[in-house]
Design a protein around this ligand. Structure first.
Ligand SMILES: *[C@@H]1O[C@H](CO)[C@@H](O)[C@H](O)[C@H]1NC(C)=O
Ligand SMILES: CC(=O)N[C@H]1CO[C@H](CO)[C@@H](O)[C@@H]1O
Length: 356
C-alpha cells in the first residue's frame, strides 16, 4: 500500500473516531453543569439511601418505589443488600415508606428491581405490579398481585424471552401483556459499553403477550422510560441518549405508529403521566458521564422536567427542579399526585415536594 493511501486511511479513521467521540460527549453532556432551579417545599424520604429507580402511584395515592438497583454501569450504596419494593401512602402525609413483603417461593435474595408498572383490572379492581428484575444481571419481568390489606406482593409469574434482553422499563397493558423498552442491544457489559461509545441505534420497544412477542420500534440509542396516555391511545417512550421523548399512536394490533419526537435538552430517563392533566413528567440527567463515573466530590445532579400539551404543535417544556447533587443525585424519575411530586434516583435518595 502506498504511503499516501496509508496516511489517508489513518486520517479517515481518526476523523471518524473524533466524530464518534464528539458525538458521545454531546449525547452524554459530559461537560454540562447544572443551573439550579429550587422548589420551596421539599424533603427527602426517610430510609432511602440506595436508589428509588422508578416510582408508580395508584389512584388512591399509594406510591410504589423500586430500590436497590445493582448494575455494572452504576454505583451502588448498598451492594450486598437485595432490592425491594417500597410503599408510601401520599394521602397520610408521612415520609417513611414501608417495604412490601413478597410471597414465599420468590427468590428475594437476587431481587434487583428496575422499572415498574401498575395494571388495574377494571372488572375486579385487582392491582398487578410488573417489575423489571435483573437477577444475575439477566432481564426477567416479574408479575405480582398487590394485596393492600397485608402490604404484600404475591408472585404470579416470571416472563423471559430472547427479545426481552436488557430491558429497562415497561408499561403494563393487561394482566399478562406489556410494552418494554430495551436499553442495550448487547447482553455483555463490555459490548454494551462499546455500543454506547460508538452510538449504535439498535434498541427500541418490544411488545409482549403470551402468544405474541415482537419488536414494535427500533432505532433508539438507548431506550428508557415508557408510559401510556391517560386515554390509553398514545405511548410515550424516552431515548435517553437521543435527548428525546417519542410519541406513538397505539394500534389495535399493538403496533405503534410514530407521531412525533419531542426534543429536550437533557438526558430523559423515566417518564410518568399526570393522572389529571396528562402532562408528562420526567427525571433527567444533566450529565450522564457524572452518573456513571461516580465521584462524591463532584456528584451527578438532578433535573425534573414537565411537558405540557405534548400533542400540540408547541408543547410547553419546563424545567421544574434542578439540583447540582448537593440534595439529590442522578434523578431517574418524577411522578406527581394531587400537587405532590416524588423524585426518584438510580442509586441515591428520593425527594418529596409539595408543589402547591
Ligand atoms: C452545589 O450548590 C451548592 C449551593 O446550592 C454549593 O454550596 C455547592 O458547593 C455546589 N456543589 C458543587 C459540587 O458544585
Ligand atoms: C423505569 C425506568 O425507565 N428506569 C430507568 C430510569 O433511568 C435509569 C437511568 O438510566 C435507568 O437505568 C432505568 O432503567
Amino acid at each position: 500500500m502506498g504511503n499516501l493511501l496509508k496516511i489517508t486511511l489513518v486520517g479517515a479513521l481518526l476523523a471518524l473516531l473524533g466524530e464518534r467521540i464528539m458525538n458521545f460527549c454531546h449525547r452524554t453532556k459530559i461537560f454540562n453543569e447544572v443551573e439550579p432551579v429550587d422548589l420551596p417545599n421539599c424533603q427527602l424520604l426517610k430510609g432511602i439511601e440506595a436508589g428509588s429507580e422508578d416510582i408508580e402511584i395508584l389512584p388512591n395515592g399509594l406510591a410504589f418505589i423500586s430500590t436497590g438497583l445493582k448494575s455494572p454501569i452504576f454505583k451502588s450504596f448498598a451492594p450486598d443488600e437485595p432490592g425491594q419494593i417500597l410503599l408510601l401512602d401520599l394521602k397520610d402525609g408521612g415520609l417513611s415508606p414501608t417495604s412490601l413483603r413478597i410471597s414465599e417461593g420468590f427468590d428475594t435474595d437476587s431481587f434487583n428491581p428496575h422499572g415498574i408498572s401498575l395494571y388495574i383490572n377494571e372488572e375486579d379492581g385487582a392491582v398487578y405490579l410488573f417489575v423489571v428484575n435483573h437477577p444475575q444481571l439477566q432481564s426477567v419481568i416479574e408479575i405480582f398481585r398487590f394485596v393492600q390489606e397485608e402490604y404484600s406482593l404475591i408472585h404470579l409469574k416470571s416472563v423471559r424471552h430472547e427479545l426481552l434482553n436488557s430491558v429497562n422499563d415497561i408499561v403494563a397493558l393487561g394482566p399478562e401483556s406489556f410494552y418494554a423498552t430495551i436499553d442495550c442491544y448487547f447482553d455483555i457489559t463490555s459490548m454494551k459499553v462499546v455500543e454506547l461509545l460508538i452510538g449504535l441505534r439498535w434498541t427500541g420497544v418490544v411488545y409482549y403477550s403470551p402468544g405474541d412477542v415482537r419488536k414494535v420500534v427500533t432505532g433508539y440509542y438507548t431506550g428508557n422510560g415508557i408510559a401510556m396516555s391517560n386515554d390509553k391511545k398514545f405511548i410515550y417512550a424516552a431515548d435517553i441518549m437521543g435527548h428525546a421523548i417519542n410519541v406513538y399512536g397505539k394500534n389495535k394490533d399493538w403496533s405503534l405508529t410514530p407521531i412525533k419526537v419531542v426534543d429536550l435538552d437533557t438526558l430523559v430517563d423515566n417518564l410518568s403521566v399526570d393522572p389529571v392533566t396528562g402532562d408528562i413528567w420526567t427525571g433527567a440527567h444533566p450529565n450522564l458521564f457524572k452518573v456513571s463515573m461516580y465521584n462524591p466530590e463532584d456528584p451527578p445532579g438532578s433535573e425534573v422536567y414537565r411537558v405540557q400539551n405534548i400533542h400540540a404543535d408547541n408543547p410547553i417544556i419546563t424545567k421544574v427542579y434542578a439540583n447540582n447533587g448537593s440534595v439529590i443525585q442522578g434523578s431517574s424519575c418524577a411522578s406527581v399526585y394531587e400537587g405532590k411530586l416524588l423524585v426518584g434516583t438510580i442509586y441515591h435518595r428520593a425527594l418529596f415536594c409539595q408543589l402547591e
